[in-house]
Design a binder for this molecule. Structure first.
Ligand SMILES: Nc1nc2c(ncn2[C@@H]2O[C@@H]3COP(=O)(O)O[C@H]4[C@@H](O)[C@H](n5cnc6c(=O)[nH]c(N)nc65)O[C@@H]4COP(=O)(O)O[C@H]3[C@H]2O)c(=O)[nH]1
Length: 698
């Protein structure tokens, strides 16, 4: 392909044809295209058509003179980029000044020196091209800088003024006319960042060390701009100078802050999350070690939160968490302990997960102070939460550990606070507990037990024992109570008092309970079939089994599978379980009753003893608790209570069965009181199925 170099265009404007001709002759070459105009008016037309690179413009022409023409050419498109050289015969200073004022690039005087003329024109063309390229590059640079949010400045160390790009005035909030000095620019820097920048500047001036730092600028409207300043120091033309760029990194900083927020804060409550809390705890440990002081860690858990979430839905649950966060914060904000340590109280509270919160109290002098705050927190939750027109009562259980007394590292402190919190839950919730080593051992045992229970279930280490229940008059067996036993591989045969509570709290009781139910029904059905007697089987239901929505289906299914006559199955439920949530339990009791099974209240007299519920509930039997039977012979009060229970049962046409009958005297008193049935060691201990079969056979 031919290499076509674009010719540069020269416009010659002169009313004298001879001058035009001579100029053309002098300039004619393969690189230049010559265009002529005989007047200012024609020059405008030619200029618009050819867009020349240089215009040689005669000053004195009839009509529009050279100055006027020059001014008009400059206003045309591309007019600013063309070199306009005034050709004047008048070697007069005023003319020259007027020429520049009207926008001329240069001037040549007549008479023209022809050997020099073409060199002069070529030189001006070249210079103009370089200038244009320079201006183009400058524009490109300015554009690039503006895209990159970059401004620049220059400082020659000796002067106090800064030379800067126009965008820098905007960035700092100065008008473009401002004579910007280092001092005035520094005033815009955030006071916290200023000393750092001044230090860098000093090193630059005295040690010629360039710098690269980030700092904040406060703009006139108060908004904060984050900038990154990079500098370069050089020695040029006998002078030290420093060039710097300022990069607006505000959006990057904001993104960084956002990322940090998501990484370190809980978006629901705005509290520090687990990660930030662990870092704070580490810092607290390091600081307490350095200053040899104490701090406290509180571990809070909302009581019944799961219930609220399940009952009212997650949006209410979330609101509870938010309001709880506010209450905890408020309590801690007022705390003298936190104020004393000059820490940001808001950051002392964290949300670890779900309904678990922590509070760090620094520089604790006396443990009593911590107890006061704990009490204040408990108090703060005594007021109900108002959420979506509902008043919800939520309490907290709290475990407290102290550094260094209860642990030296994050893990131990947290673990022990958790143990203490667990203990608070066990103590009936809505309270706080300080950690103690005994507590720890106890909980370790519990954990072991929980583990063993799972194994027991998987490896079928459970057994059902049966204790006969006798008719008080005939002393014949009318039924049996199924009682769970655990044949532990190392600890031997265990009774429920050792493990039932752990099974309850871990939920394992559900699987265990279902297993007992099935096992007992199968067994008693077999006895019924072989003996032809309608023996009754009493099975204990734990509170959690009783609140399971599928209890009814479980019972139905067990009856179906075992073919047991429903009226021979008696479900023993404690008073407490039955009265926990009567809105739910009453319909359930009626549904169970509809299946035909019998219902007994276990340990009657030890719970609420609210007699009013008896007439509302479809109950068949009251079991007189062992505690009343124990001293029934010697203690008149116990005897009176037993009597009242029997009379009450009679009035309501319920059956009574006395538990824990150990002596014939007790049996005698109870018989006289009118108690219908007996169960106790005096008659028979709980025993394995094979053993009981022998008893039944007799
Ligand atoms: N001192 C004394 N005690 C007597 C006498 N007669 C019977 N007992 C004991 O009294 C308890 C009666 O059972 P409970 O009140 O339902 O109390 C039961 C019941 O609440 C619970 N339990 C037992 N088996 C199960 C089960 O399968 N599921 C559930 N949820 N709980 C069970 O464990 C509790 C304790 O059961 P056990 O240790 O088997 O203890 C049994 C029995 O061995 C006596 O004359 N003197």
């Amino acid at each position: 392909m031919a290499n076509t170099i674009k010719k540069q265009v020269v416009l010659i404007v002169d009313d004298d044809p001879v001058t035009r001709m001579l100029m053309t002759q002098s300039l004619t070459s393969s690189e230049l295209q010559i265009v002529e105009a005989a007047s200012g008016e024609e020059a405008i037309i030619q200029f618009t058509t050819h867009k020349p690179d240089i215009t040689l413009l005669d000053v004195s022409m009839p009509g529009m003179n050279g100055f006027e023409c020059c001014a008009q050419l400059r206003a045309l498109p591309k007019g600013a980029e063309c070199a306009i050289v005034m050709v004047t015969a008048l070697d007069d200073v005023e003319d020259i000044e007027q020429a520049f004022e009207s926008g001329a690039t240069d001037f040549i005087t007549k008479p023209l020196k022809w050997p020099l003329f073409k060199h002069r024109v070529r030189y001006i063309l070249k210079a103009n091209k370089t200038l244009q390229e320079l201006s183009l590059n400058k524009n490109k640079l300015a554009k690039a800088q503006s895209i990159a949010n970059l401004v620049y400045w220059e400082w020659d160390f000796e002067s106090e003024f800064l030379e800067c790009s126009s965008d820098m005035f905007d960035m700092l909030g100065f008008s473009k006319e401002t004579n910007l000095t280092v001092r005035t620019a520094l005033k815009k820097v955030h006071p916290d960042d200023r000393p750092r920048l001044m230090m860098a500047l000093k090193q630059a001036v005295y040690e010629k060390q360039s710098y690269d730092i980030e700092y904040r600028i406060i703009r006139n409207d108060g908004s904060v701009l984050f900038v990154n300043e990079r500098t370069d120091i050089s020695f040029e033309y006998g002078q030290w100078r420093m060039v710097g760029t300022l990069h607006d990194i505000t959006s990057r900083k904001q993104s960084e802050q956002e990322i940090t927020y998501y990484a370190y804060y809980d978006t629901l409550t705005d509290l520090p999350n687990r990660r930030l809390f662990i870092e704070q705890l580490e810092t607290a440990i390091a600081s307490a070690k350095r200053h040899q002081n104490k701090f406290a860690l509180m571990f809070l858990d909302l009581d019944r939160f799961k219930y609220i979430n399940d009952t009212y839905g997650h949006h209410i649950g979330d609101e509870v968490l938010c309001q709880s966060a506010v209450r905890i914060r408020e309590c801690v904000r007022d705390s003298d302990v936190v104020a004393k340590a000059n820490y940001d109280a808001d950051n002392r509270v964290a949300r670890l997960a779900g309904d678990e919160f922590t509070v760090l109290l620094d520089d604790v002098g006396r443990v009593e102070q911590v107890a006061e705050i704990a009490q204040r927190l408990i108090q703060a939750f005594s007021e109900p939460f108002l959420i979506s027109d509902k008043f919800l009562h939520i309490s907290i259980s709290m475990g407290i550990t102290l550094f260094p007394d209860d642990g030296h590292n994050v893990q131990t402190l947290l673990q022990h606070a958790d143990v203490a919190m667990y203990h608070a839950k066990e103590k009936g919730r809505n309270n706080y507990q300080f950690f103690s080593e005994t507590m720890n051992n106890y909980l370790k045992l519990r954990l072991e037990m929980e583990n063993d229970l799972r194994i027991a279930l998987a490896e079928q280490q459970f057994e059902v024992f049966y204790q006969p229940q006798y008719d008080a008059q005939s002393i014949t067996i009318v039924g049996v109570e199924a009682l769970l036993r655990w044949r532990h591989p190392t600890k031997g045969l265990l009774t429920p008092d050792v493990f039932i509570e752990v099974a309850e709290s871990t939920g394992l009781i559900l699987s265990i309970g279902n297993w007992v139910l099935m096992q007992a029904c199968l067994q008693v059905r077999e006895w019924q079939k072989t003996s032809g007697c309608a023996y009754r089987i009493a099975v204990n239901l734990s509170a959690s089994q009783f609140t399971q929505s599928y209890l009814l289906d479980t019972i139905k299914n067990t009856l179906d599978v075992t073919d047991l006559p429903p009226e021979t199955l008696e479900l023993e439920i404690t008073e407490t379980a039955m009265l926990k949530d009567t809105a739910e339990t009453i319909p359930l009791l009626f549904s169970l009753k509809k299946l035909g099974v019998r219902l007994a209240i276990d340990d009657f007299g030890t719970g609420y003893s609210s007699l009013s519920y008896l007439k509302n509930f479809p109950i068949d039997t009251l079991k007189i608790d062992r505690s009343f039977v124990e001293e029934i012979v010697s203690n008149t009060k116990d005897c009176a209570i037993a009597q009242t229970i029997v009379q009450l049962a009679d009035n309501l046409q319920l059956c009574t069965i006395a538990e824990g009958v150990e002596t014939s005297e007790q049996a005698e008193v109870l018989r006289k009181l009118g108690c219908a049935e007996f169960q106790g060691f005096f008659f028979s201990h709980p025993m394995p199925a094979q053993q009981l079969r022998l008893l039944l056979d007799h």
